[in-house]
Design a protein around this ligand. Structure first.
Ligand SMILES: C[S@@+](CC[C@H](N)C(=O)[O-])C[C@H]1O[C@@H](n2cnc3c(N)ncnc32)[C@H](O)[C@@H]1O
Length: 256
């Protein structure tokens, strides 16, 4: 199957309730006609701790950016400064996100995640570390990038260990595939980058093929895998992958 060759037909998902908070992002758009793109996530069951819930309830007004379909995202208004914008798609629990934002204070970071417990966790980290250069969007990144992010406004995309969707019938749910990569390329500013990391060998080759064929993107490590960026921390997930014998593969593309 060619990447992107099958249209996606999102089916109904069970929406986990996490003690009054839905695991789903707070949106009225989910499942609407607007959602024609990839359904790259499954709203998984997972306990939300009391601390994550409290963090979500008390801190989201401060650090979360509301999703408003079609309304342009203006980083200068959100961060109250001009700095290169890095968007992370699917930050999970956000520990790498917080570390990177702390390591690179001259950049603005927007972490996007649909999973409520992870949003709660990262909110608490933002507060604990005083990360004024990091905001969260609790929504589907695909829809946000389609409808709110203007072309040429993103300096970097981070996609770390995205769901590999290993079954063939689920490959259409993989985030990194065309035409979504064309959308990512269009949102990048000239000289901007896309940084992808996976422990799933077959997805690594799939992603490289998709990115190689995306107009406007060039592999900075032609034909090969990228080196680890010095500021990308080794996460618990990554350590487990290494222990279990899975190789980590990285890709770094730049907007030509
Ligand atoms: C396998 S986890 C990896 C999390 C993290 N990046 C890490 O390295 O541990 C993938 C995450 O991406 C999120 N995700 C997948 N598609 C998404 C989308 N379209 N918008 C926002 N988040 C998404 C999922 O909810 C999940 O938490």
């Amino acid at each position: 199957m060619e990447p992107g060759s099958e249209p996606l037909n999102p089916g109904p998902e069970g929406v986990e309730k996490t003690g009054g908070l839905s695991a789903a992002p707070p949106s009225t758009e989910r499942g609407s006609a607007l959602r024609k793109g990839i359904r790259s996530y499954a709203l998984r069951a997972g306990r939300m701790t009391d601390f994550q819930r409290l963090s979500y309830e008390t801190l989201s007004a401060r650090w979360c950016v509301p999703f408003r379909s079609g309304e342009p995202f203006i980083p200068e208004a959100v961060f109250r400064r001009t700095a290169p914008l890095v968007v992370e798609i699917g930050f999970g629990m956000g520990l790498a996100t917080a570390e990177i934002a702390a390591a690179l204070p001259d950049r603005n970071f927007l972490g996007i995640e649909v999973h409520t417990p992870g949003v709660g966790k990262l909110l608490s980290e933002i507060e604990r570390r005083g990360l004024s250069n990091l905001r969260i969007l609790h929504h589907d990144a695909v829809e946000f990038l389609e409808t709110c992010a203007a072309p040429g406004t993103v300096f970097g995309f981070h996609v770390f260990f995205p769901d590999p969707w290993p079954k063939k019938r689920h490959h259409k749910r993989r985030l990194i595939q065309r035409p979504f990569t064309d959308l990512l390329a269009s949102r990048l500013a000239p000289g901007g980058y896309l940084y992808f990391v996976t422990d799933w060998e077959e997805y690594a080759f799939w992603a490289r093929e998709a990115l190689d064929s995306t107009p406007g993107l060039a592999n900075r490590f032609p034909g090969g895998w990228a080196d680890r960026a010095p500021w990308r921390p080794v996460t618990k997930f990554e350590r487990r992958a290494l222990t279990e014998g899975r190789e980590i593969r990285e890709l770094w593309y730049e907007k030509a």
